[in-house]
Design a protein around this ligand. Structure first.
Ligand SMILES: Cc1cc2nc3c(=O)[nH]c(=O)nc-3n(C[C@H](O)[C@H](O)[C@H](O)COP(=O)(O)OP(=O)(O)OC[C@H]3O[C@@H](n4cnc5c(N)ncnc54)[C@H](O)[C@@H]3O)c2cc1C
Length: 437
């Protein structure tokens, strides 16, 4: 092959105080929080809409807002998202449900299409500048600073400059291109699998919900043993507008940062979802008239790269729970590890009033002074990540990172995120309705 230089020309250059790469639920909250704190903000997203797993992945339920005994541990911008969803009629009430493991959990079910509108509204009202259909291509680093990001758009390659970069791409693509360090899996650990969510309906929920849990579990096990379900679960969240449900049944053991594996998983995920839909129709009471109505736009990805931050949150710290002076968010979701293939969930329920904290240091990647991490790339071990990865906590961490980024961008250059006054950051988060314990 004749190798020539593929040098590209820069179609446009833009700048902002804060650049958020990735418009998932964590990145959108970070962008909105930073803008509301007075920063000029740009948000880059590879799709034409926001939400990531929450919309493209059709996850459709925000889990775990409170401890088992009902003490709220996530609020702030996350609450606002639910209120706004409710105004469109796109969310159910806070409700408790029994998980396939038998544990009780609280959640809010929502319509992923409506969430796209809500996130658009929040971005527009906060005057965040969205650059949609834009994928992170390359990142320029000078010493300990990220000084430019190239994104591939329909207009060509656009160069972006910002004082602070927040990597919210889930897969930490921006920090990967910048040469950041990532945590390795320990022996015996595997990345959590991806899942192709699918919408199925109509469902007679009165009939389905009336099934004794043991009977439902037996049906799930039978489907799994017969090779018709990829996991022994019939986990569904209800669409607020209809008698349809979004099912979380498929299981795809891949590294979603491997392009070939990701593409193959999309195809295999649709096959698994189709087979699961046939099983629902044929074997599950209340689902006899249903049809597969839609796949997620993409497979939902639970886990890929986790950054090495100034602090690596551990499962032991969550289970104790450790109290951190620089806590910027709290959570009560248990450690919930889906096996990459076959097998049972590893699920470690928490005590009645048990909540844990996430320290600011977990958001700061080692080796960089002007970058932060949010969402599922936060610095945590595989087991701790399995708890803090959920969308409620991702929204809380996003709010904290956006607030910190705006505070840092306000100070004299050069920005140093380690110099953000943590008491002032925590005070601002509390003022804005967040919970820190
Ligand atoms: C199947 C499944 C079920 C789940 N169930 C629940 C549940 O019931 N309740 C719950 O609360 N949580 C659940 N979770 C966890 C939760 O959905 C995720 O952990 C959370 O949504 C992560 O948010 P994020 O913003 O960090 O990442 P993502 O949602 O992955 O968002 C990343 C964003 O960045 C964009 N992006 C990626 N790469 C680039 C690039 N190179 N350039 C530009 N943009 C890019 C993506 O398009 C996306 O919008 C589930 C997850 C999965 C996969």
């Amino acid at each position: 092959m004749n190798h020539e230089s593929f040098g590209y020309r820069i179609a446009a250059t833009m700048s902002a105080d804060v650049l958020v790469c990735g418009g998932g639920i964590a990145g959108t909250m970070a962008a909105v929080a930073a803008a509301r704190c007075g920063a000029s903000v740009m948000l880059v997203e590879r799709y034409g809409f926001l939400g990531g797993n929450a919309t493209a992945g059709a996850v459709a339920q925000f889990n775990s807002w409170q401890t088992a005994n009902g003490r709220r541990v996530v609020a702030g911008l996350a609450d606002e998202v639910v209120t706004r969803l409710g105004r469109y009629g796109g969310a159910g009430e806070h409700a408790s449900f029994v998980m396939s493991t038998g544990h009780r959990m609280d959640r809010v079910e929502y319509a992923p299409e409506v969430l796209k509108l809500v996130l658009d509204d929040m971005l527009r009202e906060a005057a965040v500048r969205p650059l949609l259909h834009a994928s992170v291509l390359d990142v320029g680093v000078s010493g300990r600073r990220i000084d430019r990001v190239h994104v591939l758009t329909k207009s060509g390659v656009v160069e972006l400059h910002a004082q602070v970069l927040i990597d919210a791409s889930g897969d930490m693509d921006a920090l990967d291109r910048a040469g950041a360090a990532f945590l390795e899996l320990d022996e015996g650990e595997a990345l959590q699998p991806a899942t192709m969510m699918f919408r199925f309906g109509p469902i007679d929920f009165a009939q389905l919900d009336a099934l004794p849990k043991a009977e439902l579990a037996a049906l799930a096990r039978r489907g799994y043993e017969e090779g018709r379900l990829a996991r022994a679960a019939l986990h569904v969240s209800r669409d607020p507008f209809s008698n349809d449900g979004w099912f979380n049944i498929s299981r795809l053991g891949i590294d979603a940062t491997d392009a070939m594996a990701l593409g193959a998983a999309e195809i295999e995920g649709r096959r698994q979802a189709w087979n699961a839909a046939q099983y629902l129709r044929q074997c599950v009471p209340g689902c006899e008239s249903g049809q597969l109505r839609a796949f997620g736009t993409q497979v939902g990805v639970r886990e890929t790269r986790r950054v090495v931050g100034d602090h690596v949150l551990s499962a032991e710290e969550l289970l104790r729970p450790a109290q951190f002076p620089d806590a910027i968010a709290a959570g009560a979701y248990p450690i919930d590890i889906h096996p990459a293939a076959g097998g049972e969930l590893r699920y470690e329920g928490l005590g009645d009033d048990h909540a844990y904290q996430i320290p600011y240091r977990c958001l700061i990647p080692v080796g960089f002074d002007n970058a932060l991490v949010v969402g599922r790339g936060v610095s945590a071990t595989h087991s701790a990540h399995a708890a803090i990865r959920v969308m409620t906590i991702s929204m809380a961490v996003g709010q904290a990172a956006g607030t910190a980024a705006a505070m840092a961008a306000r100070s004299d250059l050069p920005v140093n995120l380690r110099a953000v006054p943590v008491p002032a950051l925590r005070a601002r988060l509390l003022e804005d309705g967040a919970k820190l314990a």
